[in-house]
Design a protein around this ligand. Structure first.
Ligand code: ADA
Length: 541
């Protein structure tokens, strides 16, 4: 039997309470969509506080509630009882609970979009209040163990050797039936709470960004069934090279925020697809999901169209003493384990990251990074692990990760501001950076770019003109093309994204980070076309 799922997306009752705490007798005098961000619509633009979403659901018995990310934190109540909390913005969450007798019940999501110890106010991306992804409810088998998780990984791509790991809510004694691609069946005796099996699937096609062949797997046990897609593919390193199914890979792509002026972080799947197709058509094969867990639809699209993904946990530019505190590390470790478990089966994810631009020049940060590498590897040993660094030559942690990833900004932050242009320093700076990095592992540029005001042109091709951004990125690709030590470039960023308002000196005009090569409405700046032309000419070489 397959599980019956209810999609709870739609229009919910809504009350904005601001700084007041929720009382049982709330007046739900407004409406809010799920998914949707309340602080980029109506009279709540930019507001921070508590907001309550409510709807009634017809259900009963054991249920699994799934929330594919929200912000910035929430409490979930069923008939007034708390059934779970969502402390981590953007993290996909799951709650198993007893819904009581079959009938109508009240579900509330009590959101709080005030900054907290997970989402700090200084982050250079807006902390939106709302439910970012789908909300669904799945009926679980009654009085019997259910399947908690199915993980499929490739152990040897040449032999098509995969490993299937199944976790149950309690020990099972019944047999396990696997069905691949809705046609090929295998039955096994099962015992215990965890079951692991390796098998070869001869003739099954490999997954890659060029040939994104997906396979389906249904796992049946007792009255339960869990279905997933997977791809057979292996990502490895050999010296400075990144290999996908044994073939050398050059990563070319963009950093992308879930961000849109009218939709906040609740971007619909159609916009995700449109963004990803635009990248693909521009010759890109790689996207960094900066700086947090990605929506399931986004990863499903990447799996299907063949886009390689760097997924990361939330932790942006965190400084000591918080960075070196036990509490912070415990939060990071928990996020790492949860995220790896939840996005494990997506073949598109090739890199797992954490701690963007951390204090990796300090010896005290080594244990933090080492612990996160270990936790990531324990949760998922089938991806490459890294963090994006802005400590460059001073970084003392590059030996801990599989890929060295640097965020240099030559010609922009790292520039001579006495001139209006500083393109000539890009090539020497990238060369010096590569010279200083470990020679025994791949090196990629995880961010690079320049601000540009959409529609602003200048004869002198000065900073903030579309010309300057375009020239800078062209020069980056020229320099990297001439330097085989670089295995990838990820532009900062795909499109402009809303940042903190009233930002400080670094320049966030109108409250936007304007380093997008598209503007916030996805209109191309000159750099979009020059990068696309460059990448297409590389493809044809
Ligand atoms: C950093 C950071 C990005 C963004 C960028 C910028 O590299 O990782 O999130 O803030 O700087 O535009 O300044």
């Amino acid at each position: 039997m397959t599980r019956i799922a209810q999609n709870l997306n739609g229009v919910w009752d809504f009350a904005y309470l601001g700084d007041n705490s929720p009382q049982p007798s709330i007046q739900f005098n407004n409406a809010m969509t799920v998914p949707g961000c309340f602080d980029c619509m109506g009279d709540l633009h930019g507001q921070r506080g508590t907001a309550v979403l409510r709807r009634f659901v017809h259900a009963g018995g054991m249920q699994l509630l799934k929330i594919d990310g929200l912000g910035l934190a929430a409490k979930i109540c069923w008939d007034g009882q708390e059934i779970g909390v969502c402390p981590y913005a953007y993290m996909p969450e799951e709650f198993v609970f007893d819904a009581g007798k079959e009938g109508w019940h009240e579900l509330r999501i009590i959101l709080d979009n005030r900054h907290n110890q997970v989402f700090f106010p200084f982050y250079d991306f807006y902390g939106y209040g709302g439910v970012y992804g789908d909300v669904t409810l799945e009926k679980l088998p009654e009085g019997q163990p259910f399947i908690k998780r199915v993980h499929v990984s490739t152990r040897d791509f040449q032999r098509r050797l995969i490993r299937i790991e199944v976790e149950f809510s309690a020990p099972v004694t019944e047999e396990i039936r696997l069905v691949f691609n809705r046609s090929q069946e295998f039955t096994f005796a099962a015992a215990g709470e965890k079951w692991c099996h390796e098998m070869e699937l001869p003739g099954y096609e490999l997954w890659s960004h060029d040939s994104p062949n997906l396979h389906s797997l249904e796992v049946y046990c007792g009255e339960d069934c869990l279905a997933t897609n997977f791809g057979i593919r292996q990502i490895q390193t050999a010296g400075r090279d990144i290999l996908l199914n044994g073939e050398k890979l050059f990563l070319a792509g963009c950093n992308r925020h879930e961000s849109h002026p009218e939709l906040g972080a609740a971007t619909p799947p159609a916009l995700m697809l449109s963004d990803l197709l635009a990248m693909k058509n521009a010759g890109m094969n790689f996207v960094r999901g900066s700086h947090y867990p990605q929506r399931r639809h986004f990863l499903d699209i990447c799996d299907r169209i063949g886009m390689l993904v760097w997924e990361e946990t939330l932790g942006w530019d965190v400084k000591p003493p918080v960075l070196h505190s036990e509490e912070f590390l415990a939060n990071q470790l928990e996020q790492t384990a949860r995220l790896a478990a939840s996005s494990y089966n997506h073949p598109s994810i090739i890199i797992r990251g954490f701690l963007n631009e951390t204090e990796s020049q300090l010896e005290e940060t080594r244990p933090v990074i080492a612990a996160l590498v270990e936790a990531t590897r324990k949760a998922d040993d089938t991806r490459l692990i890294t963090y994006a660094s802005n400590k460059y030559e001073k970084d003392v942690c590059t030996d801990l990760v599989d890929i060295v990833a640097m965020n240099p900004y030559p010609g922009w932050f790292d520039a001579n501001w006495e001139t209006i242009r500083d393109i000539q320093n890009i090539r020497p700076r990238l060369k010096a950076l590569a010279d200083a990095m470990p020679a025994d592992r791949p090196l990629i540029i995880s961010e690079i770019g320049a601000g540009a005001t959409y529609g602003y042109h200048d004869h002198c091709r000065a900073r903030w003109s579309e010309e300057y951004q375009s020239d800078l990125l062209e020069e980056v690709f020229n320099a990297v093309d001439d330097d085989p030590r670089y295995s990838g470039v990820c532009i900062w960023q795909f499109c402009n994204s809303k940042s903190y308002i009233n930002g400080y000196v670094l320049g966030r005009p109108c409250g936007f980070n304007d380093k997008g090569i598209l503007d916030e409405y996805r209109r191309p700046k000159m750099a979009w076309n020059s990068v696309a032309a460059k990448l297409r000419s590389r493809e044809n070489k």
